[in-house]
Design a protein around this ligand. Structure first.
Ligand code: S3P
Length: 161
């Protein structure tokens, strides 16, 4: 199962809980990349640019996508064609955690570990609007990110393939 959605939509929290419920491994793709390169996400952005990060993100996804793990992806993964294609063609269940922009924004706005929070609110809102249809195209099932964690987990477990 692969969780997609904007930054701050709750993918990591939900992914960890689902993995626990299903007794499966959990992979947070950002964490996987940080571990692999021994660099923080902002360091990777600074050193290789966003495109360099996206390529590394694609490679990480490619490594774990065939595993049985519950995978939480970074919010921008859908913007990179190679990653998008991989997600489009996977047999895995893709779940979109659909959280309103205001809610997600309030969770991420002060997080210096997310390079995109350097953008102002209105630019981030534009990014959110551009990405939304991409998540919608890829998903097998959309979850309302405003529900409680328990409701979300219950909902996912009911609808997973
Ligand atoms: C990004 C989202 C982040 C991380 C990086 C870029 C994005 O992951 O991959 O900071 O472009 O939306 P989260 O969605 O887990 O915050």
């Amino acid at each position: 199962m692969i969780l997609v959605g904007f930054m701050g939509s709750g993918k990591t929290t939900i992914g960890k809980n689902i993995a626990e419920e299903l007794n499966k491994a959990f992979v947070d793709l950002d964490g996987f990349i940080v571990n692999e390169y021994q660099m923080s996400i902002p360091e990777i952005f600074n050193e290789y640019g966003e495109n360099g990060f996206r390529e590394r993100e694609f490679e990480a996804l490619n490594k774990v996508i065939k595993s049985d793990a519950i995978i939480s992806t970074g919010g921008g993964i859908v913007t990179y064609q190679k990653s998008y294609n991989l997600l489009m063609n996977t047999e895995s269940n893709i779940i979109y955690l659909d959280t309103p922009f205001e809610v997600a924004y309030n969770r991420i706005k002060n997080d210096r570990n997310r390079p995109l929070t350097n953008f102002n609110k209105s630019d981030l809102d534009d990014i959110y609007k551009k990405r939304r249809p991409l998540y919608e195209e890829l998903t097998d099932y959309t979850i309302n990110g405003c529900d409680s964690v328990n409701e979300i987990i219950h909902n996912i477990l009911m609808h997973k393939k």
